[in-house]
Design a binder for this molecule. Structure first.
Ligand code: ZN
Length: 325
């Protein structure tokens, strides 16, 4: 239902209104960053078009709504890059398919993911298709890179920009779903949308990873060898942790940021605010300069690991640098 697209309230209301007033465009382009909810919006639009209720919304329970959700409605087609590109053959197949009458209604919808990945040939073929749209066909193009799409294609589409969802919106929704506020805010902050954030909150390893991060930070402040032991015995041996190091470092970065915010007196901006006591304790032992340097060190480590540096050595090096401040 449109109300499920609450992260994109404005766009959802606009599309709902267009449908209710039978003022649909032939082609839409949803432009927005990863996590903005483009696929969800496209799915909702398709359901609202085909739902037997015919009031501009979807009911989620009729046969059409259910089949679209499950990806097996005969008049709704999804196209995505095959390999790196969307090729002309895919557009030709689509055109052929759409030259037949709709199987079950007067409509046909196609959704093209990563429309910016079309080859030049494919884009030109699509343009022809957009210029002479068959009766009842609705195109929905999705992209994160609107600048890579031919202006001639853009001029045929109603462009709808989906802003990346606000972290607060995502966090508020998760809290409403019963997730602990500190965890919800952290997940919202380091993920790129509601679904990803919800998945993190539901995974046991994520909560464990967060606790481990707080433990490591504590050990670093102690300046003993515990920090290295924590890395060896807990982080690297943890079944899930070793392939989640990047996420772990994001959590650590966020934690250092919170410590800094505390020292700056901006407590209301702290993300991990279910851990205020620990944050206060740790922050009082650090200086602003050390925290800023520390954040730089964590970023350098993230960057090194992205270039396949040795995991254990990089983490040890990071810990020693953090301890030196
Ligand atoms: Zn329905």
């Amino acid at each position: 239902m449109w109300q499920d697209c609450f992260e994109q309230k404005q766009a959802a209301e606009f599309l709902h209104r267009s449908l209710r007033n039978s003022r649909m465009a032939h082609a839409y382009l949803f432009n927005g960053a990863r996590g903005a909810g483009k696929r969800k919006m496209a799915l909702q639009l398709a359901k609202a078009i085909f739902c037997v209720k015919r009031d501009g919304d979807s009911c989620e329970v009729c046969d059409n709504c259910r089949r679209i959700t499950n990806g097996n409605h005969p008049d709704v087609h999804w196209i995505a890059p095959e390999g790196a590109r969307i090729k002309i053959k895919q557009i030709e197949d689509l055109q052929k398919e759409f030259s037949y009458r709709a199987v079950e209604s007067n409509h046909k919808v196609y959704v093209m993911e990563e429309a910016d990945k079309m080859t030049g040939e494919a884009a030109n073929r699509l343009l022809k298709f957009l210029e002479e749209p068959p009766q009842g066909v609705v195109a929905v193009l999705l992209t994160e890179q609107i600048n890579s799409i031919l202006p001639t294609i853009l001029s045929r589409c109603q462009i709808i920009t989906l802003a990346a969802p606000m972290e607060e919106t995502v966090a508020a929704q998760l809290i409403e779903e019963g997730i602990k506020p500190g965890l919800a805010r952290t997940a919202a902050r380091i993920s790129s949308g509601l679904d990803e954030a919800r998945e993190l909150c539901q995974a046991e390893w994520f909560a464990q990873l967060r606790n481990l991060m707080i433990q490591l930070s504590e050990d670093i402040m102690e300046r003993g060898t515990y920090a290295l032991i924590t890395i060896h015995d807990k982080l690297l041996k943890h079944e899930k942790a070793s392939d989640k190091i990047d996420l772990f470092l994001d959590l650590l970065l966020l934690w250092f940021r919170d410590l800094l915010l505390f020292l700056l007196g901006r407590e209301s901006q702290i993300t991990n605010n279910d851990q205020m006591e620990t944050i206060q304790k740790q922050a009082m032992r650090m200086s602003q300069r050390k925290l800023v340097n520390g954040m730089g060190t964590i970023l350098v480590t993230k960057n090194r690991l992205a270039h396949y540096a040795n995991l254990q050595l990089s983490l040890e090096d990071m810990v020693l640098r953090l301890q030196e401040g």
